[in-house]
Design a protein around this ligand. Structure first.
Ligand code: SF4
Length: 321
């Protein structure tokens, strides 16, 4: 079957790296910073939280030991320019819940970091129940200053029973409300999803993807479940209660997810990076480059592509990116 003309990507899926090149016209990099936020889903002493999350709060391994956000932005921007020749920089508030502070404090932190380099964009990762119209309005104000603004919203699953099981502390309705609030302000959303959560069937996982496709989500990060030492799921794993997806099964789910998603959705991630010293399971993580080669080969073999099964008649989002 020929790939239809006019798709918004080359190849068979909408890779973030290609999308960035097309959007900014040159090498582009994210500059991750840790704003020192905590998480509303944890107790004041830091305990509790989602059952797959350890004390680092899903903090990226590329974040070093943090100084102020301004110092972090300086260091990370210099690193990205020197190491990768990045000409375009996107400031990325990544760790924990990066809207978990009063709006005035958020503005102070965002402004302090943005002042350190000629950033083209601001990306903020948060939970869907930690956004209100005032915080969303603050984010929208950076669009008025000429920056691209994206919000990364954790969903993980659209199955409320799963969300309760993994102690997310919010439901799918919170995600829908946050997505709609941001869309009305012209702010694109990248959804975080995990494949392989406890108790989830293939229908549950693909149901989550369908839910996001129906929302015409602008971006997605799909993770395979990693279990860090010390998190709630680690204890379940020790008791033999958990079965992780094999790389091959995860690849097959990714192929099917790509078919369901809109062609325009930017695929920002398809596997998980957890540093080996924090990762209890899987013992051997998916190797990203090999996984992507395998995925491409499988898409070729099945002669399929992103958006092939995207529902005709699904409402188109107003957000342009
Ligand atoms: S909301 Fe994020 S930071 Fe908070 S416990 Fe869950 S995964 Fe960890």
């Amino acid at each position: 079957m020929p790939i239809p003309p006019g798709l918004p990507y080359h190849g068979r899926w909408n890779r973030y790296s290609s999308w960035l090149r097309a959007r900014y016209g040159g090498p582009t990099a994210r500059v991750p910073v840790d704003g020192g936020f905590s998480c509303p889903n944890r107790r004041p002493d830091g305990s509790g939280g989602c059952s797959f999350c350890d004390s680092d709060g899903s903090r990226s391994p590329v974040l070093g030991s943090a100084g102020s956000v301004a110092e972090q932005a300086d260091q990370a921007a210099s690193f990205q320019r020197a190491r990768y020749g990045a000409e375009n920089l996107l400031l990325y508030f990544q760790a924990f819940t990066s809207t978990h502070a009063p709006p005035a404090r958020l503005r102070e932190l965002y402004d302090a970091a943005l002042a350190r380099a000629p950033f083209r964009g601001l990306i903020v990762a948060t939970r869907p129940d930690c956004l209100d119209s005032e915080k969303a309005g603050l984010l929208a104000s950076y669009r008025a200053r000429g920056l691209d603004v994206w919000v990364e919203l954790g969903l993980q699953s659209s199955n409320d029973a799963t969300l309760a099981r993994i102690r997310r502390g919010h439901g799918t309705a919170d995600f829908t409300a946050a997505r709609n609030l941001l869309r009305d302000l012209g702010i694109p959303v990248s959804a975080h999803v995990v494949f392989g959560l406890p108790g989830e069937s293939e229908a549950d996982m693909l149901g989550t993807v369908r839910y996001l496709a129906d929302l015409d989500i602008e971006g997605i990060k799909i993770h395979d479940l990693h279990i860090p030492f010390g998190c709630g799921l680690y204890r379940e794993a020790l008791e033999g209660e958990l079965v992780l997806l094999s790389p091959r099964r995860h690849r097959d789910l990714c192929v099917r997810a790509l078919e369901i998603l809109p062609p325009e959705t930017v695929i920002q991630r398809l596997s998980t990076d957890t540093p080996p010293e924090r990762r209890a399971l899987p013992r051997r993580a998916i190797e990203k480059a090999g996984f992507l080669r395998d995925l491409d080969a499988e898409l070729d073999r099945r002669d399929t592509w992103q958006g092939r099964l995207y529902g005709a008649g699904a409402a188109k989002a107003a957000t342009s990116i």
